[in-house]
Write a protein of this length. Structure first.
Length: 280
């Protein structure tokens, strides 16, 4: 049997349906109760209506006194006990449990290997079609040639087979496509390059911030005292998701427009920043 250690307390880990569970007695010790068995039992009884079958159970367990029925708690059950406990170490115990949960989720995600990497969705296909249309209007390249270059670049028979992980690169590739030969001289206009770069970096900071919000929402949702804040943040996330496509289209449009008046070295620098902000 594997174990985990919280401060100076060792807890036995019981595997139930590939999840970590811990005996009530040892959870009581970890929380610092003088009478861990009875105190943790009283704590559970006072709040039992908040526990679901996925958070606590009674099993037959081999103990020093022989086979006995023992109450166990899952990691989420342990966290809820920590929330309802008022011992000196309860706060640290909750943080400890959340850290284990985070590691468990990460390990599960790493172990789940998809049989085939997913391809772009219908909505993402539409995004690529819009990019192709914009490039056709800008360069006068035929739709056939644009699609042929794109499929050749990403080694697919149909554009619908492009992988989700390649969507950003595909959008940038199409948006930056040029005719094979350009005989006309390039026209440039005076643009404040410093302000243009600052604007691009500001967009990048906004993009990073929006990517952090779902993680903040996850932690707030786990704290009952912050449920109202979590609800407000959820509504904001829904609005942001609806605006993701608009944000991406705006970035693509800006990259196409700037390609007409910026020198190539400056435009390429700008594209490196924009490429990190295309919605995946």
């Amino acid at each position: 049997m594997t174990t985990l250690t919280f401060q100076n307390t060792t807890l036995s880990v019981i595997d139930q349906n590939n999840q970590k569970w811990m005996p009530a007695l040892e959870v009581g010790r970890a929380l610092g109760y003088k009478n861990p068995s009875s105190d943790i039992s009283k704590l559970y009884e006072r709040n039992k209506d908040e526990f679901t079958p996925s958070m606590t159970a009674i099993i037959d367990m081999d103990t020093a006194s022989g086979m006995q029925k023992v109450r166990i708690f899952s990691l989420r059950g342990c966290w809820l006990l920590g929330m309802r406990s008022h011992t000196k170490v309860a706060k640290d115990f909750r943080k400890w449990v959340l850290d284990i949960l985070d590691k468990e989720v990460l390990q599960n995600n790493q172990q789940i290997a998809p049989l085939a990497e997913p391809t772009i969705t219908a909505e993402e296909q539409n995004m690529l079609q819009n990019a192709v249309k914009a490039t056709h209007e800008r360069t006068k390249l035929s739709y056939g040639e644009i699609w042929a270059r794109t499929k050749n670049k990403f080694r697919v028979a149909e554009y619908k087979q492009i992988k989700c992980s390649d969507l950003r690169d595909a959008l940038i590739y199409v948006a930056s496509m040029q005719p094979a030969c350009i005989d006309r001289p390039r026209q440039t206009i005076n643009v404040d390059w410093f302000n243009m770069m600052n604007f691009a970096l500001l967009l990048k900071q906004y993009h990073r911030f929006t990517k952090d919000l779902p993680h903040i929402h996850t932690y707030l949702s786990a704290l009952p005292e912050h449920s109202a804040m979590a609800g407000l943040l959820k509504n904001h996330l829904t609005e942001m998701k609806n605006n993701d496509r608009l944000f991406t289209d705006s970035i693509l449009s800006l990259s196409e427009i700037s390609n007409h008046f910026l020198p190539q070295d400056q435009w390429k620098s700008l594209m490196r920043i924009f490429s990190e902000m295309i919605v995946e």
